[in-house]
Structure formats: C-alpha cells, structure tokens
Design a protein around this ligand. Structure first.
Ligand code: GMT
Length: 375
C-alpha cells in the first residue's frame, strides 16, 4: 500500500508511535510518505520505501497565526496526486484530521477517492481537543474519518464520553520492538552514572504540567531517604526550570541529573532500576512501555490508560494521582529487596512482550484494508 503518515515530529508520544509505525510498515514493503513540518526525530530515511515531504508555511505579516492546516491540506493533495498515495493515516486529531478531511474533499472534486484513518493519542481528546474552542471541529473531523483508532480502551471510552461520536472506534495499543538488541551490541554504561550500591531511578517526558514533575521529585526524595539512589530526568519542556529549582531547594542537586532531550533513551534505560510516571492522566504511557521493554519496572499513577500498560504488583505498582508518599513507599518495597527487584524486572519485560511491534502492526494493516474496502 502507498500510505501518507501525518504526525508531529516530536521526541516522544504520538510522533514516535507514528514514526515507528511508518518504519515497520516500510520494512514490510509498504511505501510510506511522512508529511509534516519537520523531519520526525526517529526517522531514518535510508530506506527506499520511506519518503519525507516537508510542509512549509510561508510567513506573511498579515497573519497573526500562520495557517498550517491550509499548507498541510494543500501538501496532502499535491503528494497524493504526485505519488499515487492510496490512504491517509493521521496521528493526533488536531489539526491533522481536520486538514486530512479538507484534502479528501479537494481530491474528490478532482475524481480521486482516498480514505482517511485517524488515530487518537490522548491530549487531542482529553486536554486540548475537549476545549470548547476546538470541540466542534474535533468532533466533526473524527466523525468524518473513514476509520478511527485509539491507543487504549480508556481513551476510546473518554472519546465517547466527551464528544458526540457516531463512528466505531477501534483500540490498537501502542507497541514496542522488544526483540531488537537495543544497544546495538554496546555494553550498558551503568558505572558511568552511579556506583554499584546506588539505585538508578529514571523519568522521561516532555515536562508538561500533566506529567506532574514536582511529584517525580517528591517520590525520589522519599526513596533516597531510605535507599542510596540517583534520579535521571530525561526530556525538556515548560516545567523543567521549576524542577531544577525544586531539586536545588531540597538539597538533591548532587543526586539528580537533567539530561534534556536525548536520542539515547535505551542507553539511559539500560542502567535504570525503576521508572517513575506519576502523571495526572495518560492515555497510554508510551514512556512506561519503553522502560518495561528494557526490563525496568514502573511506578505510575492509575490514571487513564496506565492500568492497561503497567500491571499493579507485577510489572510495578500504581498509586492515586498526587499520593507521592504511597508511590515512594511502593518504590522502596521493590528497590530494597533484590529478589523482588529481579522478579519485577522480568515481569516488566514479559508485559512489554504483549505489545510487541510484530503483534500490533498487522492490526493497522487490517484497519487500512478495511478503510480501502469502504471506499
Ligand atoms: O504525553 C504527551 O503529552 C504527548 C502526547 C502526544 O500525543 O504526543 O502523548 C499522548 O500520546 C502518547 C502516544 O500514543 C501516549 O503514550 C501518551 O499517554 C499520551 N499522553 C497523554 O495522554 C497525556
């Protein structure tokens, strides 16, 4: 199939899911066209089946807001015609489903029928899309997609609860490559980060409010009072400066490392003993799955779709949003017992195997066939 993938070119979340999906589809022989405003972070274009088309938005002084949707829908029309693309797969409803719908309409007028699959990722429904200023456009573009998928059952339920959706939503969970040698043969450099007697705790996110970064630090503070430990904070975003200040105020500066955005996620996870994700909400929690795939247990909240990924008392533990004392106590219970820690590490890996990329990609291929048949 010739498929256009529209996504955000971000370090984590929907951008990574869309990129890894496209790369695997290309390996399976499909022709994949990424269409976005910057080359996606994990995109390697050295594959004859991978194409990347950049959306340019010309600056004009009249525009207070540059019209990205317009440029994207025009680019979609041009690329579909030029490359004979058969299907649009848009990730994140805002504004991608809206732009995709406009492209479909324009193409139809020119005698080209093309289906659109929309994948809902989370904040496009729960935090942003739900805002009254966006809601009518988001409902409209979901209802006018040919097939709609969501990354968890919880997100599917939330979409039906928050919007007036008349279409069936198919749950296709996020996925991970479990089998691959994630360090490409290189040894894990644990000794570089901490002496053997210290445990390494890791958090990876975009440092937005929803991630509850102050809670990450509070949980770590509780842990380090009982167990020698270091905290690796990976990622960047609006809450990072405040987090650095909080670490300083608590006198933890020599125990916390801020990495910023990193291309070496697996290299960091390989030496991690525990992953923290105390989010306010999380449709899925891809970062937790990435940790589990390297055998790192997870302490998370029980919000949103997290219970579909992290199994309480098995691959880690969950706590209520904001209950940092409880999450710290649960972290200590794993980290203070080497046998239990080894068990949880193995369990985390086992759960990650349920989300193996080889099991999940065929579900998307099925969805594409369904969308094409519906035309
Ligand atoms: O987590 C974010 O803020 C980024 C956001 C995105 O769309 O890039 O992540 C959402 O999509 C991810 C991939 O499907 C999910 O794993 C995240 O749980 C989800 N984030 C939220 O729901 C807050």
């Amino acid at each position: 199939m010739k498929i256009a993938i529209v996504c955000y070119p971000t370090f984590g979340g929907s951008g990574v899911v869309a990129t890894e999906l496209g790369l695997e589809l290309a390996r399976r022989g499909h022709e994949i066209h990424f269409i976005t405003y910057r080359q996606p972070v994990r995109l390697a274009t050295l594959n004859p089946n991978i194409h990347y088309h950049e959306v340019h938005v010309p600056e004009y002084p009249l525009f207070h807001y540059q019209p990205y949707e317009l440029a994207l829908s025009s680019k979609l029309v041009d690329m579909v015609k030029l490359h004979g693309i058969e299907l649009l797969h848009v990730h994140y409803a805002i504004p991608h489903a809206y732009a995709g719908y406009m492209a479909k309409k324009m193409l139809k007028e020119q005698g080209i029928k093309i289906p659109m699959v929309t994948t809902l990722h989370g904040t496009d429904i729960t935090l942003v899309g739900n805002h009254p200023f966006y809601k009518p456009a988001v409902s409209f573009s979901i209802n006018h997609s040919d097939v709609v998928t969501s990354v968890s059952q919880d997100l599917k339920d939330a979409t039906y609860r928050l919007f007036d959706i008349k279409r069936e939503i198919f749950v296709i969970p996020n996925f991970i490559e479990v089998s691959q040698d994630k360090l490409a043969g290189n040894p894990c450099k644990r000794s570089m980060m901490a002496p053997d007697n210290q445990k390494i705790i890791t958090h990876i996110s975009n440092f937005r409010e929803v991630k509850r970064i102050p809670d990450v630090i509070k949980i770590f503070n509780g842990i380090q009072k009982k167990i020698p430990a270091r905290l690796m904070m990976v990622g960047d975003g609006p809450e990072k400066a405040a987090a650095e200040k909080q670490v300083e105020d608590l006198g933890l500066s020599d125990k916390v490392v801020f990495f910023g955005n990193s291309h070496e996620i697996n290299e960091i996870l390989c030496f991690s003993d525990l992953f923290l994700l105390p989010s306010e909400t999380e449709s899925f929690g891809l970062a937790a799955l990435e940790a589990m795939a390297v055998g790192v247990p997870v302490i998370s909240t029980n919000a949103g779709g997290l219970p579909e990924v992290n199994r309480d008392g098995y691959s880690g533990y969950m706590g209520n949003v904001g209950d940092t004392d409880d999450m710290a106590a649960k972290a200590i219970s794993i980290l203070s017992d080497e046998v239990k820690l080894a068990e949880f590490k193995q369990n985390a890996l086992k759960v990650a195997q349920e989300f193996d990329i080889q099991k999940v990609i065929p579900l998307y291929e099925q969805i594409y066939r369904r969308a094409l048949k519906q035309q």
